[in-house]
Design a protein around this ligand. Structure first.
Ligand code: ZN
Length: 244
């Protein structure tokens, strides 16, 4: 299967940001690193600098699952790219949105809601509870796993009610958050996964990697279409009622 990872790749190149020390090659390379160990997964990456050439209609047709990480430069992603991603999902491509991608253009287009939340950077421990242990995205996880320090995200989270809430995060500051949510959008599957603030080594965490690996396999399309945006005008399907 073909996975395409988009990462804004700005924090990691900011000398004043800890992200560059944690992810010297970028968050996309860290995620690509563990996904490339899977024999059935082939990975490409694209960053904001090349997003217009790296996320085209043709490339998305060849992509089974798109992973998206962005934060401070959401607005610099061309609207056309967000539109292409939305259409590709409606046609069947899977999409996994990580952490601050809750405010990315393609996620907001797919949700149609504010996608807002509360947040705080105070090194809280996060306990991520598995609320749907039967779900494929939870395979291999215990009842919960812990992230020693994470940015706090809290409710209310301005999303449409998920089809499944697979994970619920609890933070030592007291907040809770729907940390792993799924939606069907047209023919495509969408997963949002909250952990992943850029100043913590969260994408090296084995449980986080398990969730992302599982999510990619879950979101892989079994079938897809090319014309979900069309409104066909066919002739009558039949000419009379059957008397049988
Ligand atoms: Zn963050």
């Amino acid at each position: 299967m073909n996975v395409l990872i988009y990462n804004e790749f700005r924090h990691e190149q900011d000398p004043g940001c800890a992200a560059g020390k944690i992810y010297p090659e970028g968050i996309h390379s860290a995620i690509a690193g563990f996904l490339r160990k899977e024999p059935d997964i082939s990975v490409r990456t694209v960053t904001l600098d090349t997003v217009a050439e790296g996320i085209t209609e043709e490339i998305l047709k060849e992509t089974d699952v798109l992973i998206w990480w962005g934060h401070m430069n959401h607005a610099d992603v061309p609207d056309r790219v967000a539109e292409l991603v939305q259409e590709a999902v409606l046609n069947g491509m899977g999409a996994v949105f990580l952490h601050s991608a809750h405010k990315s253009k393609p996620f907001m287009r797919l949700m149609g809601t504010s996608c807002s939340l509360i947040w705080r950077e105070s090194d809280d421990l996060e306990r991520v509870w598995v609320s749907a242990p039967y779900h494929p995205i939870a395979a291999g996880l215990d009842r919960f796993f812990e992230i020693p320090a994470d940015e706090t995200y809290g409710e209310p989270f301005g999303i449409p009610t998920p089809d499944e809430t697979v994970l619920i995060g609890w933070f030592t500051g007291g907040e809770v958050f729907r940390s792993g949510c799924t939606w069907q959008r047209g023919w495509g599957k969408v997963f949002y996964f909250q952990p992943g603030h850029e100043t913590y080594p969260i994408y090296y965490d084995p449980n986080v990697q398990t969730v992302i690996r599982n999510a990619v396999r879950w979101a892989k399309p079994e079938r897809r279409t090319e014309n979900c945006m069309d409104c066909p005008n066919p002739p009558k399907a039949h000419t009379g009622m059957s008397t049988v």
